[in-house]
Design a binder for this molecule. Sequence first.
Ligand SMILES: Cc1cc2nc3c(=O)[nH]c(=O)nc-3n(C[C@H](O)[C@H](O)[C@H](O)COP(=O)(O)OP(=O)(O)OC[C@H]3O[C@@H](n4cnc5c(N)ncnc54)[C@H](O)[C@@H]3O)c2cc1C
Length: 441
Amino acid sequence: MNPFLLIALYVAVTLAPLGLSLWSGNGPRSFGDELASGAGMTALVIILVEFVLSGRFRLISRRIGSDVTMRMHQLFARTALVLALLHPFLYQAPFAPARPWDTARAETLFYRIDFLTTGTIAWVLLIPFVLLAVARDGLPFRYEVWRALHGGGAAAIAAAAGYHALVGGRYSADPVLGAFWLVLIAAAFVSLAVVYVVKPLAQLRHRYRVVAVTPVAERTWEVDIVPEAQGAGMDFKAGQFAWLNIGHSPFSLRENPFSISSAPANRRRISFLIKEVGDFTRTLGAVRPGTIAYLDGPHGHLTIAARKEPGVVLIAGGVGLAPLMAIARQARASGDPRPFVLLYGNRSERQIACRGELDAMARDMASFTVVHVLSEPPPGWQGARGLVTREVIADACGGTIRPDWLHVLCGPAAMITGVERTLRAGGVPARAVLCERFTYD
Ligand SMILES: Cc1cc2nc3c(=O)[nH]c(=O)nc-3n(C[C@H](O)[C@H](O)[C@H](O)COP(=O)(O)OP(=O)(O)OC[C@H]3O[C@@H](n4cnc5c(N)ncnc54)[C@H](O)[C@@H]3O)c2cc1C
């Protein structure tokens, strides 16, 4: 599906409760009351759609990319928080028993203990919920604990807010809007079930085993896995990523997203280039061959499979090399005749991963150029120095930035933002720049 169609669909779903309320024929109330209802309904619709956005549906992540999807997830959550916080304070009508003559419920607010309690629970939970998500990296507990709190909290908020809207919302009494809420609440809980029950069940039938864990640079490993059953493994495109779980039940929350670094041409052996940064990645050196692994994927849109540009510039920072390595390996395996230029930035020489293989590619493939860029080069360093600047890119591409070539970027967020700006200023159109961030903030 076209990404613009997905965005249009999102906007249409978000605005649907407002449209349905207008259409319901209820008489007008004070401006504050209408604003309060609108804010509450829009907050609820955003919250429920968040489940679908973060449900790892390939239809979404393959079209607009997982980092963009997650960025949208974060921005929408903040919007929902503001609207939900305002919702009760905008009302002007009093909470009081309904007046017998007020059949359109314009003069008082719905007055029932379950309605008030569920609304208050959702409202109170939402504040620490969003704060915990914003402060995630600074929290003193494991990522998996955070994930359990995030999933459980989201489910509790959706259930309480959904009930609140369904039993007491003035407009939700309309059968069409009521049905809309029921469908959306069901979609939210189905999305949760897909991630935590359906996918793990499917993974039980497609187990992998670790066959090698190889150090490839300072604090960086390449992990190779093969499917237990005969035949090929996952069907993916070079540049995509998967959620990898090594040594735990597929129902455990201990899985992390990693780009696949091997070429799809070699589908039986799937590799990941992984840098030690935290709880799981620091244990990689202790993982033994034979350990069971599970994959959820492929996900992501960082692929050049259908792209026809006459040349490809790959720009990697640190372990951002992983998906670009898969693209380079696939280019070699498929004999892609186009010129490929890899600009690979690191701080020090010890951090350069897969150096031998990259240099061999540059030697063996006439159309493959590798430029190592170090910000802290050792004495006598022959490669480029500093950051990946306009001059470095132009030098590697024959003296000028190539607006007609495809540019694929992966690395630290600051580097991607800087390089993307440089490319756009050099005349490269947005459609010729693909990027993926490993962190979202
Ligand atoms: C699409 C994508 C592709 C990635 N590809 C690679 C890759 O090819 N190689 C590589 O080394 N790293 C990659 N990463 C980053 C990698 O997922 C994290 O470094 C890893 O999950 C950290 O796990 P940990 O338990 O060691 O760290 P933790 O101690 O749990 O946390 C360290 C940091 O990693 C982040 N993190 C932890 N778990 C996750 C998770 N499940 N999802 C997102 N962020 C998490 C935390 O926010 C924290 O900032 C990728 C991330 C994404 C989103």
